[in-house]
Design a protein around this ligand. Structure first.
Ligand code: NAD
Length: 334
């Protein structure tokens, strides 16, 4: 079976997903939701989308009467995710939502509850959780090849441009680098170590308070402790170039990946040699796998459901709290 998908938000990442979906075997782009009529026309001819599968932000609740769409992939600014997810769920369609799933844990809980109530899937666009080299490191760790895990380091950042973009607007983004790129180290720490953190500490540095307004974080360093005693040290930034590195250390070996979460190819090595799984466009793999999750009940190696998205939001709330208070914040995610 083919998962028939409508993309909501035809911006830069929506375009990347649409292009990647051309190579999907189990998912197909069949509809769009956009506030810009000219983009709709353009996408209709580019992807052969019928007029009856085109919606705008006012009328998309009517998607409930459209039997030709199974799922909506929400790729809009972060502040829109919660309400759009709830409207899609109430229209009886499965939801794929971009990261961060919402602005905070409160929103995340509401999203999970509404999708459960509507009996639809809620999946988060965590493309790294389907990536070959990432899954190889996870396999090695699970099979004991790295021994007892002791330490994870995650570096996630880039230097952001245009100061007027939504990513630097607290209302639309919900924060700064942490909500956008730092979340890769938050999520990565969890799937690389294979445990949920029980505490966080965090420190913020701001060198440009004009570009990075109050509530918009520029650079945050954060640390996790895990139940086994393993620890993690991470950095999230909008003011350093090309930071994209994971390092996992265990008593019997290590894995290092650089780039670790970019669009690929993901590269790196372990104590046994280079990571050499073939590169496949992340979004192509993600959408084929999500089709199997939704239509065939497949259980992925690493989960990508709303509960996973919520865990990251709970942790990010705790990171912001640790920054604000300067204190260690306890977590209970299990
Ligand atoms: P973008 O600015 O390129 O696109 C956003 C789109 O949403 C635009 O087409 C815009 O017109 C539309 N939009 C709808 N309502 C809007 C509003 N109220 N204000 C502004 N724009 C509005 O952004 P993007 O890079 O495509 O990011 C969109 C989402 O995708 C974000 O949540 C981001 O975190 C996520 N993303 C994920 C990845 C990934 O690798 N998983 C990569 C990039 C972006």
């Amino acid at each position: 079976p083919i998962l028939r998908v409508a993309i909501m938000g035809l911006g830069s990442y929506g375009t990347r997903v649409a292009e990647a979906m051309k190579d999907c075997k189990k998912a197909k782009l069949v509809g769009v939701i956009s506030g810009t009529p000219s983009k709709v026309t353009e996408w209709q001819s580019k992807y052969n989308i019928p007029a009856k599968n085109c919606y705008n932000y006012e009328n998309f609740d009517a998607i409930k009467d459209n039997p030709d769409i199974d799922a909506v992939y929400i790729i809009t600014p972060n502040s829109q995710h919660k309400d759009q997810t709830i409207r899609v769920a109430r229209a009886g369609k499965h939801v794929i939502c971009e990261k961060p799933m919402g602005l905070n844990a409160k929103e995340g809980r509401e999203m999970v509850a509404e999708c459960k109530k509507a009996n639809v899937h809620l999946l988060v666009g965590y493309r790294m959780r389907f990536e070959g080299n990432t899954l190889e490191v996870v396999r090695m760790r699970r099979e004991g090849e790295l021994g007892k895990i002791m330490f994870f380091q995650g570096l996630s950042g880039f230097r952001i441009g245009d100061p007027t973009q939504w990513r630097l607007n607290k209302e639309l983004a919900g924060g700064g680098a942490m909500m956008d790129i730092g979340i890769y180290s938050v999520n990565g720490a969890r799937y690389m170590v294979g445990e949920e953190p029980i505490w966080v500490t965090a420190q913020e540095t701001k060198t440009d308070p004009v570009k990075f307004k109050p509530g918009v974080d520029e650079t945050i360093q954060f640390q996790f402790g895990f139940p086994s005693g393993a620890v993690a040290s991470c950095l999230s930034t909008y003011n350093m170039n090309g930071l994209d590195k994971f390092y996992l250390n265990g008593e019997k070996g290590f894995a290092e990946m650089q780039p670790s979460t970019g669009y690929g190819p993901i590269q790196g090595r372990t104590h046994k040699g280079p990571l050499d799984k073939p590169h496949i466009t992340h979004q192509t793999v993600q959408m084929d796998e999500m089709s199997d999750i939704i239509l065939a009940g497949k259980k992925p190696v690493l989960p990508v459901d709303g509960e996973e998205g919520l865990k990251d939001l709970i942790i990010i709330d705790a990171i912001y709290k640790a920054v604000k208070t300067g204190k260690k914040v306890a977590l209970n995610l299990t």
